[in-house]
Ligand binder design. Structure first.
Ligand SMILES: *Cc1c(COP(=O)(O)O)cnc(C)c1O
Length: 403
């Protein structure tokens, strides 16, 4: 028997009734019957991969992000690898990126034998800090990879300017930021190459998949070869031309996205605007609720961006709470709110620690944010009831721990 009586405010983690009966995930795909039908039609067609849907999806995608070219890949990670290749990254080169990201952003630099150089982030957006970038440029620096963390574009004009001044290739990791805008321009039209992911938690999905958008024809050609073993034509082009001959001109990979994935991507792209609008509504509901709930810093959108709201990461205010993030996290999970943490900073991963000798303390803004952050559920199909459940659970848990 517990010493204190159970009430509706008793935390589920202490044996109380959870706010929800089932777990609300932090992110989830949205698939409708038309999506399913479109995939079934491709399954019945002659081309499961390297067929007509690939070009159709790429063209529609390029138009949506206002880029001249879009080249599809089997994942966002493969797309990052392709971009690092097309940028010419090689052993001895350095590429600057953010520690506040999924490890794949830095890994693509290592795939090319080059060295990722991490620099700290701005405390409001958790995007790479242009001043820190300038401080770490050396004669070996060849590329810069800003990440549009949570869907908030990085300080892109400053980074374009730095890249031009130093002759660097700018590869934007926009895996969170499909549909975002920066000073009235679409993400995908600004950097030398912009990389997107179609993993199921992202804005649109192809199962696994990714894309590189670029305005540069030679990058586009290098990307197409790289994803197809380094071969200079694809099977469908050869069939159309009645030719069997092909040439492998560089060492590439099989990073192709299937027609099954591309038709799904095409369908999903048509629903992107609705998806973005819903995410914006959810973000506004959360942000309004935080006027009443203390102990939390909600994420912000700077005035010159349109945020894509892939994530809604809050930061706890330790001075206002008698609990660590771990307690709040566990308590919210027990209430069936699927909070998550994005991200463990890249240099905290054992592989990076061991290989580059990071000890912690190198990037104080990213590290402080990491120690206090939590991503709330955020996806297109969340109902208003779901949003209310999250707010109710936060009020309950933070109320319990507030001092
Ligand atoms: C999702 C993601 C990736 C990797 O994309 P995959 O499609 O999962 O390979 C890379 N960078 C960031 C910031 C991401 O969120």
């Amino acid at each position: 028997m517990s010493a204190t009586p159970l009430t509706s405010q008793t935390l589920a983690v202490d044996g109380g009734t959870p706010v929800r009966e089932t777990l609300l995930p932090y992110g989830r795909q949205s698939i409708d019957e038309d999506d399913i039908q479109a995939v079934v039609e491709v399954l019945r067609s002659a081309w499961l991969t390297t067929g007509p849907k690939v070009g159709e999806f790429e063209e529609a995608f390029a138009e949506r992000v206002s880029a001249h070219y879009a080249v599809s890949f089997s994942s966002g990670t493969a797309a990052l690898h392709g971009a690092a290749f097309a940028a010419g990254l090689k052993a001895g080169d350095e590429a600057i990126t953010s520690p506040m990201t999924f490890a794949a952003t830095a890994n693509c630099v290592l795939y090319q034998g080059a060295t990722p150089v991490l620099v700290d982030v701005c405390s409001d957006t958790l995007n790479i800090d242009p001043e820190q970038v300038c401080a770490r440029i050396t004669a070996r620096t060849r590329a810069i990879l800003p990440v549009d963390y949570s869907g908030h574009p990085a300080d892109l004009d400053s980074i374009v300017e730095i890249a031009q001044r130093h002759g660097l290739v700018m590869i934007e990791d926009a895996c969170h930021a499909l549909g975002a805008e920066y000073r009235g321009r679409r993400v995908g039209s600004i950097a030398d190459m912009t990389v997107f992911s179609f993993h199921p938690v992202k804005h649109i999905t192809t199962g696994e998949g990714g894309m590189v958008a670029t305005n540069n024809a030679s990058y586009a050609e290098a990307l197409r070869r790289f994803r197809n073993h380094g071969i200079s034509s694809d099977a469908r082009q050869r069939q159309a031309a009645g030719q069997w001959h092909y040439e492998m001109v560089l060492l590439g990979f099989n990073y192709r996205l299937t027609d099954i994935g591309c038709v799904l991507g095409l369908r999903q792209l048509g629903k992107l605007d609705g998806n973005l609008a819903r995410r914006r509504e959810i973000a506004a509901q959360y942000t309004a609720a935080f006027r009443e709930i203390s102990g939390v810093i909600p994420p912000i959108a700077r005035r010159d961006v349109t945020h894509a709201w892939h994530l809604y990461p809050i930061r706890l205010l330790p001075g206002k709470l008698a609990a660590y993030r771990a307690h709040v996290f566990r308590a919210l999970r027990a209430e069936n709110i699927g909070v998550n943490v994005h991200y463990i900073p890249v240099h905290f991963h054992p592989y990076y620690r061991d290989r580059f000798g990071y000890k912690g303390g190198e990037f104080p803004v990213a590290e402080d944010a990491y120690s206090r952050m939590m991503s709330l559920p955020m996806f297109h199909d969340m109902t208003d009831r779901d949003v209310q459940d999250v707010i109710e659970a936060l009020a309950k848990v933070l109320g319990h721990y507030s001092r």
